[in-house]
Structures are given as structure tokens and as C-alpha cells.
Design a protein around this ligand. Structure first.
Ligand code: AMP
Length: 298
């Protein structure tokens, strides 16, 4: 089957990361960038976002080399979104050093006709108001998958609740799920989230794997255990890329297989700084890691 296209909105960023293994400044990143590079291994990606006048040619080049459709990526006067993060010694937690929205502050997405009709839509981590603007314009959307982050749970709770109501599959990490629902146990948080709108919820638990909850199914899916973690930045977005890429490339949706593909994809991202690890991955190598993960579940 020919893979169906995925429409994705999210941040396109220049990141600063500090990990025990070293520091990097002004590297390509953003939720939409990680997602696009990961998902384009499986399906065509149509990206929506904005960059500033300072955005490097290297970023555009990366979109081109991955076949990402950027007709709805605007370039505006001003600064590209910038985010800085510092990881703890065991890499299990991170602190945000700064979030500078730059041109995202005044971004007004306007989808072209082709993109409005896309059936699979990913609302990556970005202001919930922008996620909602895409929901309104993407009139052909049949399967909306979304993600968010602590900043938006703190600042834009009401809009985030509206996003949840429109979402079919909700992806969130365990700390943010606890913050959003007030429930520390991921199983309890998943029940709460399922009652808020989505038909499926995936709670990502870092090195502990992910909990998939849909209908009567509750399933833990482990991580690929042999990855050497250098920089976890973008793991969540490339997990989404592998998961949604799987859905877009298969005739029948198998959410367990899709989550396994997400976990296998994310295992590459953590193996290098920024996008370095993910760029080593191929569809075949991800598939092989998926088989390893699957064998751990038997
Ligand atoms: P992840 O590690 O999967 O949570 O994604 C990290 C990426 O998300 C980085 O490349 C950042 O540029 C981007 N990011 C960080 N904070 C935000 C935010 N509040 N909204 C949108 N994107 C963000």
C-alpha cells in the first residue's frame, strides 16, 4: 500500500542542549523537525510552521533531503523559536533553560488546499491555540494525533482541553500526564485521559517504556534496551514519527505495532546529539529494532 500523507504542525527550532556527555548550541531541532525526519522514513510529511530570517539553509536542506513538503512553512522577519534544556546526570529528567517563541508568537497558519484535505494530522508540541487553528482548517482530518508539554499545561489549559476533545490518539509523557490529570499512576492518568476525548492514549515513561490504553486494551511496550543514551531531546517527537508513520503506511491500524515502531525510531534519536542519531536510522534498521522490542513482550 502507498503510504498516506501526514500533516504536522509543531515547533521548528534552534536548540541548546546540555547533557553529561557535552553541550551543543544552535542545533536544528523542534518538535516538528524531529517528527518530520522520523515520519518521512515511512510516509510523506506535509509540514506547517514558521521559521525566522535567521533560520539556516542547513534546516531547509534537511527538509528537502527527507522529501518534506514545506509549502505551509512560512519564513517571517524575526527570530526562529529557540529552546534550551539541561539534563540531569542520569538523563532521566531535564530542566528547561529558556523557551523563546520568536516568530511563533505572531504565527497565523494558513493551509493550502492540498493540506486541508489530509486525513492524518499530527499536532506536535506547540501552543494549543495553533493546534486548534490547524483542527479548524484541516477539514479532511479523520485521525488527529496530538502531544503537548508542561509549559502549555501551565499556561493554556482551557485551549488544551479543547485540543483533547478533538484528538483521536493522545501522546504524552508520564510527568506531564500527572500534571494534566492530577493522577500520578500512569494507568489512572490514562483512564482520565480516555474519558476526556481520545479513543487511544499513549503515556511515555522514558526508559520504562510506554503504556498504550485503548478500548479494553492496556499494554506496556518496552524501549529498545541496547541504545546508549547521549541526548534524549526529540525522543518524544520521533516516537510520534515512528508511530504515526506506521499508521500511515499500513492498511489496517495496529496500535501495538505502531507503538513498537515509535519506540524503535526513538531509540535512534537518543543515540546522538540533536538529530545526529535519528539521521543514522533507516526503515529497515528501525524494523529490526522493532522485532527486538517485540521479542521482549512475548
Ligand atoms: P522532546 O524531547 O521530544 O520533548 O522534544 C524536544 C524538542 O521540542 C526540542 O527540539 C525543542 O525545540 C522543542 N520544544 C521544547 N519546548 C517546547 C515548547 N514549549 N513548545 C514547542 N516545542 C518545544
Amino acid at each position: 500500500m502507498q503510504a498516506r500523507p501526514i500533516l504536522a504542525v509543531g515547533s521548528i527550532a534552534l536548540d541548546q542542549v546540555e547533557t553529561p556527555q557535552g553541550n551543543r548550541q544552535d542545533i536544528l531541532g523542534g518538535s516538528a523537525m524531529y517528527f518530520a525526519v522520523a515520519a518521512s522514513l515511512f510516509a510523506p510529511v506535509r509540514l506547517v510552521g514558521v521559521v525566522g530570517s535567521d533560520y539556516p539553509e542547513e534546516g531547509w536542506q534537511l527538509f528537502r533531503s527527507n522529501g518534506v513538503d514545506t509549502r505551509d512553512v512560512q519564513q517571517a522577519d524575526g527570530h526562529t523559536f529557540r529552546w534550551g534544556g539541561r539534563y540531569s546526570a542520569d538523563l532521566s529528567t531535564r530542566e528547561t533553560l529558556y523557551t523563546h517563541l520568536g516568530v511563533f508568537e505572531s504565527f497565523q497558519p494558513s493551509l493550502c488546499e492540498q493540506n486541508k484535505s489530509t486525513e492524518i494530522v499530527y499536532l506536535a508540541n506547540i501552543q494549543p491555540s495553533l493546534q486548534l487553528a490547524i483542527c479548524t482548517q484541516a477539514t479532511g482530518a479523520q485521525n488527529i494525533i496530538s502531544d503537548t508539554m508542561n509549559l502549555w499545561i501551565d499556561l493554556n489549559r482551557e485551549e488544551l482541553d479543547l485540543v483533547l476533545q478533538k484528538t483521536n490518539i493522545f501522546l504524552i509523557n508520564d510527568e506531564e500526564a500527572a500534571q494534566l490529570t492530577g493522577l500520578n499512576d500512569p494507568q489512572d492518568a490514562a483512564e482520565w485521559l480516555l474519558a476526556a476525548g481520545p479513543t487511544a492514549v499513549v503515556i511515555k515513561q522514558g526508559s520504562q517504556g510506554a503504556l498504550l490504553a485503548t478500548g479494553n486494551l492496556r499494554r506496556y511496550i518496552p524501549v529498545y534496551p541496547y541504545a546508549e543514551v547521549i541526548d534524549p531531546t526529540g525522543a518524544g517527537d520521533s516516537f510520534a514519527g515512528g508511530l504515526i508513520g506506521h499508521i500511515a503506511s499500513q492498511k489496517e491500524t495496529d496500535l501495538v505495532a505502531a507503538v513498537i515502531n515509535g519506540a524503535a525510531t526513538a531509540s535512534y534519536t537518543v543515540e546522538g546529539f540533536g538529530l545526529e542519531g535519528l539521521l543514522q536510522a533507516t526503515t529497515e534498521s528501525i524494523h529490526r529494532r522493532g522485532i527486538t522490542i517485540q521479542s521482549l513482550m512475548e
